[in-house]
Design a protein around this ligand. Sequence first.
Ligand SMILES: [Zn+2]
Ligand SMILES: [Zn+2]
Length: 136
Amino acid sequence: MPYLRGSCLCGAVYYCVYGEPSFVTHCHCQTCRKASGALFVTWFTVRACEVEWHGEPLMHYHSSCSAERGFCPHCGTTLTYRHEADPDSIDITLASLDQPELVMPEHHTWWQEHVPWVEPEVWAGLPHYTRAKAGN
Ligand SMILES: [Zn+2]
Ligand SMILES: [Zn+2]
């Protein structure tokens, strides 16, 4: 039985992780922000041989000369990051897991590039709507 399962939004790409996730981080670098369209991206790292990919093959974008980011060719969901200096490991977006609550983030990285209002005290002070804001 797989340890963790995940997929893209449309389900064309799905995967099973058999290894233990490590280095679970909220990455605040600008590249992650642009690649995902989100304020930061939460990643976990596993050994590449411990992930089984199913469905459509990922498409890849070289976000630098030595790194590539994998995404679903149909819906565009950001799924992976690989660096050629470390070909045996792969980073996967924690939010693409079916049960992201099973893996706890351990730290923030690239904090020097974080959006200034991505701060717990600022977030906590905003109103929380259970669903969409009424009237929208
Ligand atoms: Zn998809
Ligand atoms: Zn990043």
